[in-house]
Ligand binder design. Structure first.
Ligand SMILES: [Zn+2]
Length: 309
């Protein structure tokens, strides 16, 4: 059994993949804050999954997806601000304790591998190339090209949230102005649609649907940012599919329909864009798909993913 663990800012999820590819039940638990607490969370997750698997230590490999700058060759993670991590040799620390190889990958890249795998099963076909567009608090993408995870020379491949696109030049957390992330992300919605709702994006989309003129303007600006991200990914790496995931993917149909509407409008104005059919390449990940944990399990085991860095 291959174990995959997705360590998120507030919760940690885990799933195991059996020899014939079947998925175990997924478990979730709160993530601790700070280096020692994150290590303890991972160890407790392995313990729980071992119990569920029958009590024997039956994992042939362990992979972990975690936010931040991850060196997948060494298993070190840095700058995971939401987890209170400045630097942690997570892979070696866990391998020492568990006696099994532990691979670590950036969470969005792991989710890209998982979405590629799960959608390949769901569709009965495997798109050879796919981008996973993570719309969460921030915006980033993971790219699987010709069946291989694209890491780039320093793991930066896919950090498209920090490409400046917006003439309004709002200051981004990265220090630049007008980054894509300042237009299309949870942070962007929090700034443009201040709300006490538990789900501000849902509230925004509902208000726009009900005809609120200001909500419509804010929603359209957001959707134009999402559409720009899709266009950017296709024009740079020509992926067959752009799969939207992350917390904002819970918007579901209205997010997909709105993004396609804007892409179709652009296509009506540009024969070039019409020819590359952006609207039909975009989709939203189905609810409940454990993409990041499954991807972590695959990254933990799969030799060609290991060697693609
Ligand atoms: Zn930025």
């Amino acid at each position: 059994m291959r174990l995959g663990i997705d360590i998120g800012g507030t919760k940690t999820a885990a799933v195991a993949i059996g020899a014939d590819g079947e998925l175990s039940d997924q478990i979730r638990m709160p993530t601790g804050f700070g280096a020692e607490a994150v290590v303890a969370t991972a160890l407790r997750t392995v313990e729980r999954m071992t119990e569920l698997a029958g009590g024997t230590s039956s994992f042939t490999s362990i992979g972990i997806g975690i936010p931040g700058a991850v060196d997948s060759a060494t298993g070190r993670v840095e700058h995971a601000v939401n987890l209170g991590l400045e630097g942690l040799d997570l892979g070696p620390r866990l391998a020492d304790r568990l006696g099994v190889d532990v691979r670590v990958e950036n969470d969005v890249k792991a989710a890209a591998v998982g979405a590629h795998h799960l959608l390949g099963i769901a569709d009965g076909i495997r798109a050879t190339s796919m981008a996973y567009l993570n719309l969460g608090t921030g915006l980033a993408a993971g790219v699987v090209l010709d069946g291989r995870l694209l890491r780039g020379g320093h793991g930066v491949a896919g950090e498209i949230g920090h490409i400046p696109i917006d003439p309004a030049r709002v200051l981004c957390g990265c220090g630049q102005r007008g980054c894509l992330e300042t237009v299309a992300s949870g942070l962007a919605i929090a700034r443009t649609w201040p709300s006490n709702s538990e789900h501000p994006a849902r509230e925004l989309f509902d208000a726009a649907e009900a005809g609120d003129a200001r909500a419509i303007a804010v929603r359209e600006q957001f959707l134009a940012g999402v559409a720009a991200a899709v266009r950017l990914l296709v024009l740079t790496v020509d992926v067959d599919a752009v799969v939207i995931g992350g917390g904002l993917a819970a918007l579901g149909g209205p997010l997909l329909v709105g993004t396609r509407r804007i892409l179709n409008r652009w296509a009506a104005e540009s024969a070039f864009l019409a020819s590359i059919d952006l609207a039909n390449r975009v989709q939203v990940i189905p609810p409940g798909f454990p993409a990041a944990a499954v991807g972590a399990a695959l990254v933990g085991e799969d030799p060609w993913l290991k060697s693609s860095s």
